[in-house]
Design a protein around this ligand. Sequence first.
Ligand code: SF4
Length: 226
Amino acid sequence: MKKIDMLADTLKDQRSKKVVFVSHCLLNENTRYLGGAFRKGVVTEIIEKLIEEEVGIIQMKCPEQWAWGGVLKKLLWLSYSSEGTMLYSFKPVVLKLFMIYTKIVYKKLAREVFVMITDYLKSGYKVVGIIGVDGSPTCGVNTKLEMKKSFEYFARQKIATGRDEFNAGLYNECAVDGKGIFFEELQRRLDSKGIVLPIIAHSLIVEMKGEKTVIRHLQNDLKNQM
Ligand code: SF4
């Protein structure tokens, strides 16, 4: 028996040896795009359930915060109200560069998460699953915002457009089926090593309507995704 296994046995403690990886904003909505936070801080129905089920919570970095210019995501807003400007006339190039840069940063972040996941698995812990955010172009699991359409939508907006009108139009015009760019990359990495983990989503669209994500038993809900 290895020394580390002997120690784990002798020093056995209360830990559940179960972890779940969650999108950053489920614990901190302060990183949502401006106008996109519908809770003060935490998505309580998800986090309370995880606490109740005694699962360790690993908060992944917010990819948009890292790639798009910090908490305010300043790069994202360059396109806002840009129709008719010089920036807009170079739209194909701008969008292409933006996507290349985004993918480089997201790949690096997805690798970090992947390394953490494999460390937990190799250490004999259970990774119960991953929880993303439907409606996000980055962390969407079943639904995402399409980037080209979103760029066009942002470009057409006026600074004075109200929050409700902005959000309603954004999701009506730009929401499509599929995984967000970061979750796609993370899934690709897991698939490449044959690691199968359940992935579920909290929905930003449901949140926007003032409703809650319904979870009966999180670990069962995650298991059912496999
Ligand atoms: S959904 Fe993902 S990218 Fe968007 S704010 Fe949350 S963690 Fe950041």
